[in-house]
Design a binder for this molecule. Structure first.
Ligand SMILES: Cc1cc2nc3c(=O)[nH]c(=O)nc-3n(C[C@H](O)[C@H](O)[C@H](O)COP(=O)(O)OP(=O)(O)OC[C@H]3O[C@@H](n4cnc5c(N)ncnc54)[C@H](O)[C@@H]3O)c2cc1C
Length: 395
């Protein structure tokens, strides 16, 4: 049975079931990857939070309702890693553009094909390929080992490995994925790479794997590339009250009922679309496509009942007719972080503007609070977690 059901209701139930284990148990056990049937040491919330079926603020609030901050600090920090990566990439969108350009210039060779087909000859690596293809998920430690073996033992381009993950992970996220691969390679923190070691794999897979003598445990980091200076998080114009307004859902945020909308916005229609195939020029897994499609349907249903307005999936070809049918003057959507969804929104914005319709993005308070603190290392942001939670009214 899949651990991952693409509805908010399922995400809330999953959070509820995990809460008792979010403090001491998580802190001591989270690094163990005991296999697909032994996942109670982690929350498995990432596909839901990545698509915002549930928010980081909700997760942290629920955890702090149950545990003291000091007991659940490790888990809360992990939740904040997502905010850190998203903020870091928002401050340096060029890193995403460079990664995309490098990918376009690469063609998978035989070595790469063998790796993604689970024919590397390294048992643990091949098992993780099978798990990823079957479940759309890997434990965090397995992701680290996998990326490290890909880069340093198999000597394959990190960009193709990141793309492979992005095409198959249900939680595939431009920031968390790309920057985690860069971190393993030693590009993110200059000169500091992550080396997978056989003994560490044996210890943290509960003895399931021990690739003794099979890994390159002495590799040096990849040569550094240019990291641009951090820019700024853009201020966003507010939606205008008084305009005939539609809400637009996309895969970066499928919970319109909790968007920070100003008073007086009259919602006349709700639409949305997902385009997971845009994650890559190579095929995206059927599981990712199914998951995001189901999650969109769930988001539209919830939005419809919250706002009392019909909600439907609108494909690109139907957008104009939908706008005309409802006399839409303004479309309000959730801010999308750097990546294919943001690119698609920018294209839509231009098309809509040509027809006199304005597209307005709203950003959640959590992102506005955390992202500006992602300019340096995670440890600077970590120090800010408690005060930022206070500012957000999370006791
Ligand atoms: C090479 C590599 C690629 C990765 N690609 C992705 C990706 O595409 N999408 C993605 O969501 N995460 C990615 N991660 C981060 C992390 O592995 C997953 O978020 C985590 O394993 C999800 O499982 P969980 O929900 O059970 O996590 P838990 O351990 O229960 O953590 C709770 C929540 O904290 C967040 N979180 C935890 N660890 C991280 C982390 N290192 N970075 C960012 N957020 C984190 C997630 O939202 C997660 O749901 C990647 C890590 C590596 C090393």
């Amino acid at each position: 049975m899949s651990h991952f059901i693409a509805t908010r209701r399922a995400a809330l139930a999953q959070l509820d079931a995990f809460l008792p284990r979010a403090a001491a148990h998580y802190a001591s056990e989270r690094n163990t990857d005991g296999g697909t049937e032994a996942r109670d040491n982690v929350s498995l919330l990432s596909p839901a939070v990545r698509h915002r079926l549930i928010g980081e603020d909700e997760i942290v609030r629920a955890v702090l309702d149950r545990h003291a901050f000091s007991s659940a600090e490790k888990f809360i920090q992990e939740v904040c890693w997502r905010s850190y990566w998203k903020g870091w990439l928002e401050l340096r969108p060029q890193v995403w553009a460079d990664y995309q350009a490098a990918l376009r210039a690469l063609t998978p060779d035989d070595g790469c094909r063998a790796a993604v087909e689970g024919r590397s000859g390294i048992a643990c690596f091949d098992a993780w390929v099978a798990e990823l293809l079957t479940t759309g998920y890997l434990h965090n430690h397995a992701r680290m080992w996998f990326a490290s073996i890909w880069i340093f033992t198999l000597k394959l381009p990190w960009q193709l490995g990141a793309d492979f993950f992005y095409r198959h992970l249900l939680d595939g996220d431009p920031a968390a994925n790309t920057l985690s691969w860069r971190w393993v390679a030693g590009l993110q923190t200059r000169g500091k790479h992550y080396l997978a070691r056989a003994d560490n794999i044996q210890q943290y897979t509960a003895g399931r794997f021990w690739p003794k003598g099979e890994l390159n445990e002495n590799a040096t980091p990849l040569p550094p590339d240019d990291i641009p200076a951090a820019g700024r998080i853009a201020e966003l114009p507010l939606p205008e009250a008084g305009l005939r307004t539609a809400l637009w859902l996309h895969e970066d945020d499928l919970s319109a009922e909790s968007w920070p909308l100003p008073e007086g916005i009259g919602v006349v229609a709700i639409g949305g679309d997902v385009d997971p195939a845009a994650r890559s020029r190579l095929p995206v897994s059927a599981a990712v496509i199914d998951w995001t499609t189901t999650a969109l349907a769930d988001g539209l249903d919830r939005a419809a009942s919250h706002f009392g307005v019909a909600a439907q999936r609108i494909t690109t070809g139907d957008l104009q007719r939908w706008c005309d049918d409802h006399g839409i003057e303004q479309i309000v959507t959730a801010y999308a972080t750097v990546g294919p969804v943001a690119d698609a929104l920018a294209r839509r914005e231009r098309e809509l503007a040509a027809r006199g319709i304005v597209l307005v993005r709203v950003r959640r308070g959590w992102d506005t609070a955390f992202w500006p603190h992602a300019g340096k290392g995670f440890f600077q942001l970590r120090e800010k977690i408690r005060p930022l939670l206070g500012e957000l009214g999370i006791p």
